[in-house]
Design a binder for this molecule. Structure first.
Ligand code: FAD
Length: 450
């Protein structure tokens, strides 16, 4: 047998491996990398139409089964405009962020937070497609997922948020990875909450750090609520620990009086509040956060950096480069991508300065569904309607007591800005509001899943 050149060997190895159905991994090293055109392999899967039932009417694809997407899917299907709705979500099970602080501290059980996408789809007559969106062709109106492609007439993107670790001085990918894994922010649904709960259950004393970012972060009262409930838990379980609440902002960002009353009256001995503490770096080896004014030691932590729109918005080329939080470039009154009435962005990935909250996302998604239903029937979009921010914060776990806010927004056409309107604050904590917080969550879960 003559000498085989390296080039011929690679060709032969590739052919043999392909015929035998062996993946590139089995060949190993640089040879396999040269033999396997990785990009073509990836595209082979996503180019094929996804295995979904044929559409009956105009197809609306909703991406993201969170508070925004679930509501949009239901109300689009209910709109009576002959729309055929598909909800695309990468997770198989829904786990709620609202009320998760209560679960972390043992005040509600896991069934309260988790719900089935299958129930939501079956009860509301739309399709649930468990897949991850990876690309979009707006010209051809095709959405690519890891489970195949889907054609759409209208598309709603509601992928939520991601974290911006550079905002706290963490730019090294290894450090970011360590931080995400060891001290999760706990402001995205799923494993982060499970990890935090396990950490709290194993916690036997020292400083438990909770941090508050700047900007329009997800759930303004969320970190303060978490701090109160962890403090309440430490007291109840008689753990010799302390919550250290480091706030980037000069003061509590919402329901200020109610939170300060809880800090001072209930948790003076177990909670320290430090405003204007901007984190500039994290010393992971020594468990310290750094700022201009010095360092703070911690035993455990949930470190919450600034937020940005979900990475998907940027991947699909829809991020507004001028927006510091890389939110989507949309018409703020009709939610469609500028110049494209087929693609909409809703929920926490929106650029408008509304509170990034579940109730806001839920009320807004009903309006977005009405816009799409009108346009699909050749009618004009309805006039802008304010979303409604209703938000309960449980500030005491024993007994369960809460404070709350109920607000709308107003639009100023002269400078195209939005502001809070008709804000009702209920800052005196009580048990009736504690019970109302649970009722609010049950009503919203019913609205999305039943
Ligand atoms: C601890 C905590 C407490 C909170 N408390 C309250 C409260 O009491 N009241 C309140 O109103 N709000 C509260 N919130 C805020 C609320 O959870 C969010 O504002 C809300 O979830 C925003 O909804 P969304 O649909 O925009 O995003 P999400 O609910 O995060 O949903 C986005 C979905 O998109 C999916 N997704 C992302 N990328 C892809 C992709 N490429 N392919 C497929 N799917 C994708 C994600 O998996 C996710 O399911 C709280 C949040 C937290 C973290």
């Amino acid at each position: 047998m003559g000498k085989i050149s390296r080039r011929q060997f690679i060709k032969l190895s590739g052919t043999t491996a392909a015929a035998a159905g062996i993946g590139a991994g089995a060949l190993g090293g640089a040879l396999a990398a040269e033999a396997a055109p990785a990009k073509r392999i990836v595209h082979a899967g996503i180019d094929k139409p996804a295995a979904l039932p044929k559409t009956q009417g105009k197809r609306v694809v909703v991406v993201g089964g969170g508070w925004s997407g679930l509501t949009a899917a239901k109300y689009l299907q209910k709109a009576g405009a002959g729309l055929d709705v598909v909800l695309v979500e990468k997770n198989a099970t829904f786990m709620s962020c609202p009320m998760s602080n209560l679960w972390l501290t043992g005040l509600v059980d896991l069934e309260f937070l988790t719900h089935s996408y299958l129930d939501a789809a079956r009860n509301n007559g739309y399709l649930f497609f468990n897949a991850t969106v990876v690309d979009l062709d707006r010209g051809a109106r095709v959405l690519y997922t890891d489970q195949g492609s889907v054609h759409y007439d209208y598309l709603v993107l509601a992928p939520g948020i991601d974290y911006n670790y550079a905002s706290i001085g963490v730019t090294d990918p290894a450090e970011e990875y360590h931080l995400r894994n060891h001290f999760p922010a706990g402001f995205m649904p799923g494993s982060e909450h499970v990890s935090l709960r396990n950490k709290l259950q194993d916690f036997d004393g020292g400083e438990f750090l909770v941090t508050v970012p700047g900007g329009n972060y997800r759930c303004l009262p969320g970190p303060y609520e978490r701090a109160c409930l962890i403090a309440s838990y430490l007291k109840k379980e008689k753990i010799a620990g302390k919550v250290i609440l480091l706030d980037t902002n000069p003061d509590v960002t919402i329901k200020k009086e109610g939170f300060h009353a809880a800090f001072d009256e209930l948790f003076k001995d177990v909670l320290e509040y430090h405003p204007s503490f901007e984190i500039t770096g994290v010393d992971l080896a020594n468990k310290r956060v750094k700022s201009e004014f010095g360092e703070v030691q911690f035993a455990e932590a949930s470190i919450y950096p600034k937020v940005r729109a979900a990475r998907l918005i940027e991947t699909l080329g829809l991020a507004d480069g001028k927006s510091p939080q890389l939110e989507a470039r949309i018409d703020p009154l009709t939610y469609n991508v500028i110049g494209d009435e087929r693609v909409y962005v809703a929920g926490d990935a929106r650029p408008m300065p509304f509170s990034k909250s579940g109730n806001t996302a839920n009320s807004e998604a009903k309006f977005v569904a009405r816009i799409i239903a009108a346009r699909a029937q050749g009618k004009p979009a309805p006039a802008w309607e304010s979303p409604n921010t209703v938000c309960y914060s449980v500030v005491n776990g024993n007994p369960l007591e809460a404070i709350s806010v109920d607000a709308h927004y107003v639009y100023h056409p002269e400078d195209k800005s939005f502001a809070f309107d008709s804000v009702k604050m209920f800052e005196k904590r009580d048990a009736a509001r504690g019970a109302a917080a649970l009722d609010w969550a049950k009503a919203l879960y019913r609205d999305m899943f039943a």
